[in-house]
Design a protein around this ligand. Structure first.
Ligand SMILES: Nc1ncnc2c1ncn2[C@@H]1O[C@H](COP(=O)(O)OP(=O)(O)O)[C@@H](O)[C@H]1O
Ligand SMILES: [Mg+2]
Length: 247
């Protein structure tokens, strides 16, 4: 038995006869920061869909946590409650609510979804919200309407809302898309900070972004792991160059 937080064991899934994930296996350790790269259609998003219960694999298993719980027949909400948070490409914040209100809702939602309706915020919660706002670089925006934030800041707010739910694993799909260079650099800092207290898996195309994340990299191709290791290691792999980097 390994000490991995997440074990992906020989999963496969086909869509209309096309094998999007093909006997995929790899592990994520507790507290690890991991980048996943690979060409379009390699199966990166589908991998996240399977881990989060959005897509069921045809074969294989995904094993979670110390108790080795199988995730593949669990619902999306059960998987979220087990401690896996996911950030989609498009931010889904409550546009008419302030940054503070968005974070407060996410915090309450963790404890008891009904508490969102009947709730008086405590000083402890307000401090927790401020601490998250600081971690996501929005400490000067706490009273701002979320809809008025820049695209990059909305992304950070959504990451903050996920952090409020204290996931043990955070999955982030293409966070740098549409961001300025400054926003990208701040996103890198934010993800590194988040990975101090949980595992974070980042799918991203931007090589500069991946280099600055400075973590282990998994290269996916045609639904399988093509290479794994440091960025320098995988970028020397001739097949990686042929199918991904050289294009
Ligand atoms: N729900 C789906 N129905 C049909 N085909 C899908 C579905 N999800 C993904 N695919 C296909 O599976 C392949 C892998 O897609 P995806 O995981 O989105 O790749 P990536 O995120 O690496 O670009 C693609 O060929 C895509 O068209
Ligand atoms: Mg994708």
């Amino acid at each position: 038995m390994s000490g991995a937080l997440l074990e992906v064991n020989s999963i496969s899934v086909s869509f209309d006869g096309f094998k999007a994930i093909n006997n995929l296996s790899f592990n994520i350790d507790s507290g690890e920061l991991r980048a996943i790269i690979g060409p379009n259609g390699a199966g990166k998003t589908t991998f996240m869909d399977i881990v989060t219960g959005k897509t069921r694999p045809d074969e294989g298993d995904v094993i979670w946590g110390e108790d080795n719980v199988s995730l593949v027949r669990k619902s999306e909400s059960d998987i979220a409650n087990l401690g896996i948070g996911r950030k989609f490409q498009k931010p889904t914040v409550f546009e008419d609510q302030s940054v503070t209100e968005n974070l407060m809702m996410a915090l309450r939602n963790k404890r008891n979804p009904l508490a969102v309706l009947f709730y008086k915020s405590t000083r402890k919660d307000r401090n927790a919200v401020l601490s998250i706002a600081f971690d996501i670089g929005l400490e000067s925006n706490v009273d701002q309407r979320a809809g008025d934030l820049s695209h990059g800041r909305k992304q950070w707010l959504e990451i903050g809302m996920l952090l409020a739910q204290e996931p043990q694993l955070l999955l982030v799909d293409e966070p740098a898309a549409g961001m300025t260079v400054d926003e990208r650099n701040q996103t890198i800092a934010l993800l590194k900070h988040a990975a101090k207290t949980r595992a974070v898996v980042v799918v991203e195309h931007d090589m500069e972004f991946i280099r600055n994340l400075d973590c282990k990299v998994t290269v996916l191709h045609e639904g399988s792991v093509l290479a794994e290791g440091t960025l320098d290691h995988v970028t020397k792999n001739q097949t990686v160059i042929d199918v991904y980097l050289g294009r």
